[in-house]
Structure formats: structure tokens, C-alpha cells
Design a protein around this ligand. Structure first.
Ligand code: PAF
Length: 279
């Protein structure tokens, strides 16, 4: 496995290949990321993982400074997972000058849910992902479905900008108790870690209510409010728990034969977790 830090080294190494498959990450890798790498492997003739903590997608009060930088451990895990190239640029390499040109995704998809609670987040994500796409020039890229809205935003960017890249979604990996694997789980104290499964349980309960109680959309606000109230009583600060259409994340007008997704974001202590379950 080659570890490269500059665009010049990356391009020179990738010259020998015609179909790179890319897994963009911010590092601090867990088994969920490694599964994406294994998923990417058959999609190209060389598998590239990028590791870059992207300042542009963090608000000033968020965890950019404390986000764990664990390059050596990440590279060992990537090598064991069959990754061929790690692209780990410095900030000066990725943003050699202030990034004045940015990709601003459409409000109907990017200003709701995560975009509502983290204004500017998807602009930061799209801008860095487009730059990584230009640097790696992959024919396929894999993103985790745990960041459900991010995956949709990127799929639409690729489609609207006519980029010749196949975007694949990777299933969410869960711990034994059901907690979705996330780099941010490492911030949780032991007691918070025990409690953290309550988020996925809340989403499961909502999905089960929709599937078994034959609810109509008119009941959704009460279902969502009830679930939020229960999590709040358990000590969470809830941003949203909501039922949306899988196709565009709009609120559903019918719950019959419509693929739905239940999404949630909530803070336990200082840690903000997100999760979703397709219903
Ligand atoms: O999902 C992530 O880790 C990041 O948002 C991404 C896609 C690597 C862009 O920085």
C-alpha cells in the first residue's frame, strides 16, 4: 500500500490505473470504513482511501480541533483491508489558498435535517468531495449510508454536474447492541456509551410503529414528537427524529408502498450522534 500526501505524488502513482475506486474519509477509521474499502475493491482497478479532516464542513463551535487524527493506526487498518493507496493531504495541499469557489447544494435537499442544524455543512462536504474527485479521478466512490443525507447530496451533485463517477452506498455497521459505528462514538464516556443505543432504539420503534400500526401521515408529527420527548426524558438533546421519503427526504404524503427512512440526530453530553433506519 502506498501512502501519498501530495496531489503530484497521487497523480503520478495513479497514472498506471484507469478505474480508481475511492473511499473518502476523515480518518479515525473503524470497521464501518473498512467495510466500505472492501466494497470499493471490486469496483475499480485500484482502491484509494482519502484521509482529510475537512475544516470547511465544521462550524466554529464544532469538533474540528478535537477530531482524532490517527494516521498511523488508520494506515495499518487500511493495509489489512486491501486498500492500495492512501491519500492523506495536509490542509495546505488541499486548500493552498482560501477556498473562494465552493459547491453550494440545492436548498430543497441540503437545507433540511443536517443542513438545518449544521448550516454550511453540505457546502463544505460537496466542496471537498468535488476536489477529491478531481484529484483522484475515480470511476466509482463509496459513501456510508449512516450519513444518509450526505450520500443523497453527493449523488445529486454527481448527477447534476455530469461527473463520470458511480456513487455507491455502504450499509451501516452496528455494534453488538445496535449502536451505529461512528468515529464520534469514541467521544462517549463509558456510561454514555451504554446509553447511546437509545438513539437507534428510538428509530427502530418509530419504524416498527409505521410498519405495524398502519398509520397515516397525519399521525407522523405525534409519532415524532413522542419519540423526541422520550429521548429528551432520558437525557438527550434532540435535533430531530423524523420519518421521510427515501427518494428525496421530503415528508411523506402516504405511508403505503412508499420507501421511507427514519432519521435522527441527537446530542448525548457533548457528543452529537446521527443514525437512520430504512423502513
Ligand atoms: O463522511 C465523511 O467522513 C466526510 O463528510 C467526507 C465525505 C469524507 C468529506 O469530508
Amino acid at each position: 500500500m502506498r501512502v501519498v500526501h501530495t496531489v503530484a505524488e497521487l497523480r503520478s502513482h495513479l497514472k498506471a490505473f484507469s478505474r480508481p475506486a475511492l473511499v473518502p474519509t476523515m480518518g479515525n477509521l473503524h470497521e464501518g470504513h473498512l467495510t466500505l474499502v472492501r466494497q470499493a475493491k471490486p469496483l475499480g482497478d485500484v482502491t484509494v482511501a482519502s484521509i482529510f479532516v475537512n475544516r470547511l464542513q465544521f462550524a466554529p463551535h464544532e469538533d474540528f480541533d478535537r477530531y482524532p487524527r490517527t494516521l498511523e493506526a488508520d494506515c495499518a487498518k487500511l493495509q489489512a483491508s486491501g486498500c492500495d493507496v492512501v491519500f492523506a493531504p495536509s490542509e495546505a495541499e488541499l486548500y493552498p489558498e482560501p477556498q473562494g469557489y465552493k459547491v453550494s447544494p440545492p436548498a430543497d435537499l441540503a437545507d433540511l435535517l443536517e443542513g438545518h442544524f449544521r448550516p454550511g455543512f453540505f457546502t463544505g462536504v460537496c466542496t471537498v468531495v468535488l476536489k477529491l474527485f478531481h484529484m483522484v479521478q475515480p470511476s466509482a466512490a463509496v459513501f456510508g449510508k449512516k450519513d444518509y443525507q450526505q450520500l443523497m447530496v453527493i449523488k445529486r451533485m454527481v448527477s447534476q454536474l455530469a461527473l463520470p463517477i458511480e456513487i455507491h452506498g455502504g450499509e451501516t455497521l452496528r455494534a453488538h447492541d445496535g449502536l451505529a459505528l461512528s468515529s464520534r462514538n469514541g467521544y462517549l464516556s463509558p456510561s454514555e456509551r451504554t446509553q447511546a443505543v437509545q438513539l437507534s432504539q428510538a428509530l427502530q420503534n418509530m419504524a416498527q410503529s409505521i410498519n405495524t400500526l398502519q398509520l397515516t401521515p397525519a399521525y407522523l408529527p405525534a409519532l415524532e414528537a413522542n419519540a423526541s420527548q422520550q429521548l429528551t426524558q432520558l437525557g438527550w438533546q434532540v435535533d430531530y427524529l423524523t420519518v421521510r421519503l427515501q427518494q428525496d427526504l421530503a415528508p411523506p404524503l402516504s405511508l403505503v408502498s412508499t420507501p421511507l427512512v427514519v432519521l435522527g440526530a441527537a446530542r448525548l453530553g457533548k457528543t452529537r450522534l446521527i443514525d437512520n433506519i430504512e423502513a
